[in-house]
Design a protein around this ligand. Structure first.
Ligand code: KIV
Length: 308
């Protein structure tokens, strides 16, 4: 990929950092966040100019096919975090602390937050909860690890909430979410995800606290937005939450491409001559490279995976 004028990988683009995210809120500029779980998608999203890549524990659902985020482990978060970090050049990289990696006690939380940075390539960690988790946030922040909070619909509490339900719908419930957000901000979090709450509550919170609010199913008044990448790219055919705008239909596109491949294999039209290495030569000649493409797109030396 060439760094052409206007490219999101141009030398003019500076890496996103915690201070620069805070500056964006101060200037009234919106923050874009997207979930990423592997190196290939990380490269696409980073290239597209996204501010923040979130390795969410939603990977338990979209990657592992589970029906909640609860079974996801620290080792899995580290594995996916490290994969995303390898292809993320400019985006700020946040990795989720999974269920029970921080709730039992502050020491465990600090140790696991540290692992996400040292082994998982994270620049910051995200955890769910309000006042009850504030001392944990303060401890992690005091160790120099930036923390992103997450209130409202908190998927790790799916059973306590009775399902993935919108939160803060009555004035009383809204006040509780507002207080949770205040507690998270006062504990030292640098940003907070607001998930599944009414638009006006998200606006109240955004005006009440100094740190950027990142909404998902929380309306337009947040300082930024986050979506699960598989949802916005149309890779989750059976899931169509109201708050998701599908910017592409990649499930259908991938299915159609695969159907064509299957048909061509079955009828014998693939591989045609252009996709083969020809016949045995009688004399030694110069070798044809195994991978096609120019120097920009061909895999780097030693990184190819095909026959040589
Ligand atoms: O796990 C996740 O992907 C998240 C986002 C939905 C905010 O927490």
């Amino acid at each position: 990929m060439s760094d052409t004028k206007g490219s999101s990988r141009s030398p003019a683009r500076r890496p996103m950092t915690v201070p620069r995210l805070l500056e964006k809120k101060a200037r009234g500029e919106k923050i874009s966040v997207i979930t990423a779980y592997d190196a290939t998608f990380a490269r696409i999203f980073d290239d597209a100019g996204v501010d923040v890549l979130l390795v969410g524990d939603s990977l338990g659902m979209v990657i592992q096919g589970r029906d909640s985020t609860l079974p996801v482990t620290m080792d899995e978060m580290i594995y996916h975090g490290a994969a995303v970090a390898r292809e993320s050049r400019y985006a700020h990289l946040v990795v989720d602390l999974p269920f029970m990696s921080y709730q039992p006690n502050v020491e465990l939380a600090l140790k696991n937050a540290g692992r996400l940075l040292s082994e998982g390539g994270a620049h910051a960690v995200k955890l769910e909860g309000g006042a009850e988790i504030a001392p944990t946030i303060a401890k992690i922040v005091s160790a120099g690890i930036p923390v992103m909070g997450h209130v409202g619909l908190t998927p790790q509490s799916v059973h306590a909430m009775g399902g993935f339900r919108v939160q803060g719908k009555t004035r009383e419930a809204a006040n509780r979410v507002l207080e949770e957000a205040r507690a998270v901000a006062e504990a030292g979090a640098y940003a907070i995800v607001l998930e599944g709450i009414p638009n006006d509550l998200a606006r109240e919170i955004t005006e009440a606290i100094d740190i950027p609010t990142i909404g998902i199913g929380a309306g337009p008044h947040c300082d930024g937005q986050v979506l699960v990448s598989y949802d916005l790219l149309g890779l989750t055919p059976t899931l169509r939450p109201k708050f998701v705008k599908r910017y592409a239909e990649l499930f259908d596109a991938a299915k159609r491409a695969t159907e064509t491949y299957v048909r061509e294999v079955e009828e014998g039209s693939f591989p045609s001559a252009e996709y083969t290495f020809g016949e045995i030569r009688s004399e030694n000649g110069s070798e044809e490279p195994a991978e096609k493409g120019d120097s920009e797109t061909a895999p780097q030396k030693g990184k190819g995976y095909g026959p040589r």
